[in-house]
Design a protein. Structure first.
Length: 123
């Protein structure tokens, strides 16, 4: 086994699961439905927070705070009410709740799983 084979085996392939549903498009969204703080409990019984601000058209600023750390980025909200932040996607459900799906890769096996948690908009 050469060094390149060893290096290649350490990298898991990109998930075949799309963070955006096929055919997703971008269009203006209602800021009132998105802006604010969304909170929930993840599959590990840890709290998480998604803060969405500065919604303009289909763009927004999102901050995801989990037990694993803090991520901040400019996001694009699709017409299917979803956006991607880091290894996660956030979807606004028809009932007004939020759904956070995070792709987790097992470092030993390379197997990927999708952890799903739900959030409520607080403000």
């Amino acid at each position: 086994m050469d060094i390149f084979s060893i290096l290649q085996s350490g990298y898991a392939p990109v998930s075949s699961q799309s963070f955006f549903p096929l055919g997703s498009k971008f269009a203006n969204v209602d800021p009132k439905q998105w802006e604010g703080t969304w909170t929930g409990i993840d599959v590990h019984k840890q709290s998480f927070t998604v803060r969405i601000s500065g919604v303009h058209g289909y763009r927004a600023t999102a901050v995801l705070q989990t037990s694993a750390g803090l991520q901040t980025q400019r996001v694009f909200i699709t017409t299917k009410n979803t956006f991607r932040i880091g290894d996660s996607s956030f979807t606004r459900q028809p009932d007004g709740k939020g759904k956070l799906v995070t792709i987790v890769t097992d470092p030993n096996t390379g197997k990927q799983t999708a952890d799903t948690a739900f959030a409520t908009q607080n403000s």
